[in-house]
Design a protein around this ligand. Structure first.
Ligand code: EPS
Length: 376
C-alpha cells in the first residue's frame, strides 16, 4: 500500500506530506520533484501569490543518499507567505481578530465549513481547503511517478479546454510532453491564443475560468484494478483520486459521457490477435474494462470549475450580521488550469502506485521489478 497523508494551511508555516509504502532502494531525484513543483506554479492566469512563493521540497526522512530506505518518506514545502501571516496564523499565539472572512464566497468551502466545524471566521476553514495543499500532493506524486517509471509506466497530460475554448484534436502520448513548455499547457496553438485572450478579458472583468484536463497513463500492463471488489475498480479509484482535487467537478474515462449517446457498435473496442498478442484498433474504453487495466493507454479527463474567488465578487451573505453583501476577495488566480494538470497527474500517480503495490507487494525495488516482469 502506498499512501500519502498531507497537513498544512495555505498561510501557515509549511505544508507537510508523509508517504508510506514505497519500497527501499528507489532512486529519489530532488531536482525532479522541484521541477514538478515549479510546473505547478506555472501557467497563464495565475495571481499574486505565486510571485511570493518559490516552492522547493525538503525531504525530512525516509531517504538516504538519494535512495529510499523503505521507511515513511516525510517532506515539506515551506510557505514563504508565512512571514507576512505569522502574526495572524502562528500556533503559539495569533491575532485572530484580523484577517477574518465572513463575506463567504459562493463555490468555496467557506460557509459549509464554518457550519460544520463550528467557526465564526471562515479563515479557519479556507486555510486548509485552499488548493495550496496540492503542493505536497505534487511532491508525493513525483515520488509515485518515480516508482511507476521503474516499471516502465509513464504519466502525462495536457489542457484540453479553457472556459469552453477546446482543442478537439487527438495527440499521441509522445506529443504531450510539449504541452509543459506552453503558456496554458495546450497543444493547439490557435486555441491556446484564444484561451489566453479570454483569460485577459475575464481578468479585466474580475472573473475566473476553469477547464478540462486530460491525463494519460502509458505502459501499464493489464490486470490492475478489480472486477471482483467494487471499491478496487480502477476507474473508480482513479476518478475518485481526481475528484479529490480542489475545484474538480467531473471525471471521465475514455469516451466518458459521450459513450452514452452512441450505439454499442460505435463504443466498444473490437479485439484482434496479432503475433499472438491481443490488440484493439480503438481505445474508447480509455484502457479500462471491467474495472481493470486492459493494457491500452489509460485516458482520463477531469473538469475544473472556475476559481470561486472572483475579484468582482458574487452576491452572498455576511455571516457576521446576516446582511446581503458582495463576497470577499483580495487577490485571486484567474485560471489555475496548468497547476490543475500537474496536480491531476500527481494524484493519478499516487492512486495508481497504491494499486500497483497492492498487487505486487515487494519490500525493495528489485523485488517489485521482478514481480512486475513476471506479469503477462
Ligand atoms: C487559493 C487562493 C490563492 C491561491 C491558492 C489557492 O491564495 P491566496 O489566498 O494566498 O492568494 O493562490 O493557491 C496557492 C497558494 C497555490 O500555491 O496553489 C484558494 O483559496 O484555494
Amino acid at each position: 500500500m502506498i499512501k500519502l497523508t498531507t497537513a498544512g494551511e495555505s498561510h501557515g508555516k509549511m505544508l507537510v506530506g508523509i508517504l508510506e509504502g514505497l519500497p527501499s532502494n528507489l532512486p529519489v531525484n530532488i531536482e525532479e520533484i522541484d521541477g514538478q513543483l515549479a510546473l505547478r506554479q506555472s501557467g497563464y492566469g495565475r495571481g499574486g501569490r505565486q510571485k511570493i512563493e518559490t516552492d522547493r521540497v525538503e525531504i525530512l526522512s525516509g531517504v538516504r543518499n538519494r535512495l529510499t530506505l523503505g521507511s515513511p518518506v516525510a517532506f515539506c514545502v515551506k510557505n514563504a507567505d508565512y512571514e507576512n501571516w505569522r502574526p495572524y496564523m502562528a500556533a503559539e499565539g495569533a491575532d485572530v481578530t484580523q484577517k477574518t472572512l465572513t463575506r463567504v464566497r459562493p463555490g468555496h468551502a467557506d460557509l459549509t465549513g464554518m457550519l460544520k466545524y463550528g467557526h465564526t471566521d471562515a479563515r479557519n476553514v479556507l486555510e486548509r481547503a485552499s488548493a495550496r495543499e496540492t503542493a505536497v500532493r505534487v511532491a508525493g506524486g513525483a515520488l509515485a511517478k518515480a516508482y511507476l517509471k521503474q516499471l516502465g509506466v509513464k504519466i502525462s497530460g495536457y489542457v484540453v479546454s479553457v472556459c469552453g475554448i477546446k482543442d478537439g484534436k487527438f495527440h499521441t502520448f509522445d506529443e504531450l510532453d510539449g504541452a509543459k513548455s506552453r503558456p496554458l499547457f495546450m497543444l493547439d496553438d490557435n486555441k491556446e491564443k484564444q484561451a489566453m485572450a479570454l483569460i485577459d478579458k475575464l481578468k479585466a472583468e474580475g472573473d475566473t475560468a476553469g477547464g478540462v484536463v486530460e491525463i494519460r497513463v502509458n505502459g501499464l500492463k493489464s490486470g490492475f484494478g478489480s472486477c471482483m471488489r467494487y471499491a478496487d475498480k480502477l476507474d473508480a479509484v482513479l476518478c475518485g483520486a481526481m475528484l479529490s482535487v480542489q475545484a474538480i467537478k467531473g471525471a471521465e474515462v475514455g469516451l466518458g459521457f459521450a459513450c452514452a449517446d452512441l450505439a454499442g457498435s460505435r463504443v466498444h473496442d473490437e479485439i484482434f490477435i496479432k503475433d499472438g498478442k491481443y490488440t484493439r484498433n480503438t481505445n474508447n474504453a480509455g484502457g479500462i474494462e471491467g474495472g481493470m487495466s486492459n493494457g491500452e493507454e489509460i485516458v482520463l479527463r477531469a473538469a475544473m470549475k472556475p476559481i470561486p474567488t472572483l475579484m468582482k465578487g458574487l452576491k452572498t451573505v455576511d455571516t457576521a450580521n446576516g446582511g446581503a453583501c458582495v463576497a470577499a476577495s483580495e487577490r485571486s488566480d484567474v485560471a489555475a488550469i496548468c497547476a490543475c494538470e500537474i496536480v491531476l497527474e500527481s494524484v493519478v500517480a499516487l492512486a495508481l502506485a497504491d494499486v500497483v503495490s497492492a498487487r505486487l507487494g515487494g519490500d525493495n525495488l528489485k523485488e517489485v521489478k521482478e514481480r512486475y516482469s513476471l506479469l503477462p
